[in-house]
Design a binder for this molecule. Structure first.
Ligand code: SF4
Length: 402
């Protein structure tokens, strides 16, 4: 018998009107787009383009040419503390820190697994909000998975972050700081195997990236532009995931950056997807796949379809066939499916598919001509699913306070 989730409906409301994990009177999960916290992090060099940095310096009575020097320290040498910049006069350190380079994130916790090839960091932001990032070393690349929001308003029932609700959007600089810290960790040899270079970024940590659209676009610019403007990473090595905010997918496609779009689909039929991904109540599977196809046509980048395999829920061969049919009817070779065994949240009813079901699912897709790659589950033995580290550290702290 298929283990179906409880039937629920959805309602959208501002989070500041809804308590965390809120349900409507008739037990319907609430989607939220508006953050509960409205305080803004202090402005930072990484929020600004090069001209804006020059202007801030001039307004603070400092020479404009320092923008180049500070930006190179930040984006090339990955130094964020003006006191550690030997070519900056001591008399300017405090002023630069206040106007352009205030400390933004503090490391709270680090977990290590895969023989030291994976590091998961928990960061605390200026207002106490916490987010996670995961750094993973592979033979041919080093990838950072970053958070775009503190918590998430999309309320997916199988996801630890979704259960927290949305605290707030991250600023561009808070997103970029995760990248800088990872680049530094790579250079310092914090990952097993010695020093390396950060090469890939995936927006697949806490939050729905396209619900924080402006900060995501700004942070993409900082990642892609060459120093002193940004880190100079290849756009082709960056993936932006979404559960399906269709208008934002079209806006991103119009920008024409060759970044990969990763669609977290998880079900090919509306009946099940309405349950697994509440935003499906706004944009249905067909609308989402049409937008994904438009993204491919505009950018030339093959779209990744992410599919968490959940035991007896979405892992049936007929669903694999339906997914293949939905993709093939929109053209061939434009999408790539990445099934991934669900990394269950402790205590949750949602568990990973058996390897037999997984193999059958993959075979069905491949037999239908769909390029399919099982994604690895790096970090799954260290609270690897997004939101799990933040939740478990908060629980530990609560119990030590008692
Ligand atoms: S799966 Fe992604 S979009 Fe859904 S609640 Fe979790 S973080 Fe948000």
């Amino acid at each position: 018998m298929v283990n179906r989730p409880r039937r629920t409906g959805r309602q959208v409301m501002p989070t500041d009107q809804a308590p965390e994990g809120a349900l409507t009177k008739d037990a319907k999960p609430i989607l939220s787009f508006a953050p509960r916290r409205r305080g803004k992090p202090p402005a930072h060099l990484a929020d600004l383009d090069f001209e804006q940095r020059q202007k801030v310096l001039v307004d603070a009575g400092l020479p404009k040419f320092r923008a180049d020097q500070l930006s190179r320290h930040y984006f090339q040498r990955h130094i964020a503390d003006p006191a550690q910049m030997p070519d900056l006069p001591k008399s300017m350190v405090d002023q630069v820190q206040q106007s352009l380079m205030p400390p933004l994130i503090k490391k709270v916790h680090t977990l290590e697994t895969d023989d030291g090839k994976t590091l998961k960091h928990l960061w605390e932001l200026f207002d106490g909000a916490r987010v996670e990032s995961v750094l993973m070393r592979y033979p041919s690349r080093t990838t950072l998975c970053i958070s775009s929001q503190a918590g998430c308003g999309m309320a997916c029932p199988f996801c630890a972050t979704g259960q927290m609700g949305l605290t707030r959007n991250l600023s561009t600089a808070e997103i970029i700081e995760q990248v800088r810290m990872a680049a530094l960790a790579c250079e310092n040899g914090d990952l097993a195997g010695g020093p390396t270079r950060l090469s890939n970024i995936v927006f697949m940590g806490m939050g729905e990236p396209l619900a924080n659209y402006r900060a995501i676009i700004n942070s993409l610019q900082r990642m892609i532009e060459e120093p002193p403007h940004g880190f100079g990473l290849s756009a082709r090595n960056i993936s932006v995931s979404t559960v399906g905010l269709v208008p934002a997918i079209d806006k991103l496609a119009d920008l024409g950056y060759p970044v990969t779009l990763a669609v977290s689909l998880h079900a090919p039929d509306d009946e099940l997807r309405d349950e697994l991904i509440p935003i499906n109540s706004r944009w249905k599977v067909g609308e989402l796949l049409d937008a994904a196809r438009r993204y491919f046509v505009k950018t030339g980048r093959r779209v990744s379809i992410e599919y968490a395999l959940i035991k007896d829920m979405n892992d049936h061969p007929w669903r694999a066939q339906l997914l293949a049919d939905e993709l093939n009817k929109r053209g061939h070779g434009w999408a790539h499916v990445n099934p991934i065994p669900l990394n269950p949240t402790p205590g949750s009813i949602w568990t990973a598919s058996t390897s037999r079901a997984q193999n059958e699912f993959v075979e069905t897709l491949r037999n239908a001509g769909i390029v399919t790659t099982i994604r690895d589950t790096r970090g799954s033995d260290i609270d690897g699913a997004c939101g799990q580290l933040a939740t478990s550290v908060a629980k530990e702290e609560e119990s030590s306070d008692e």
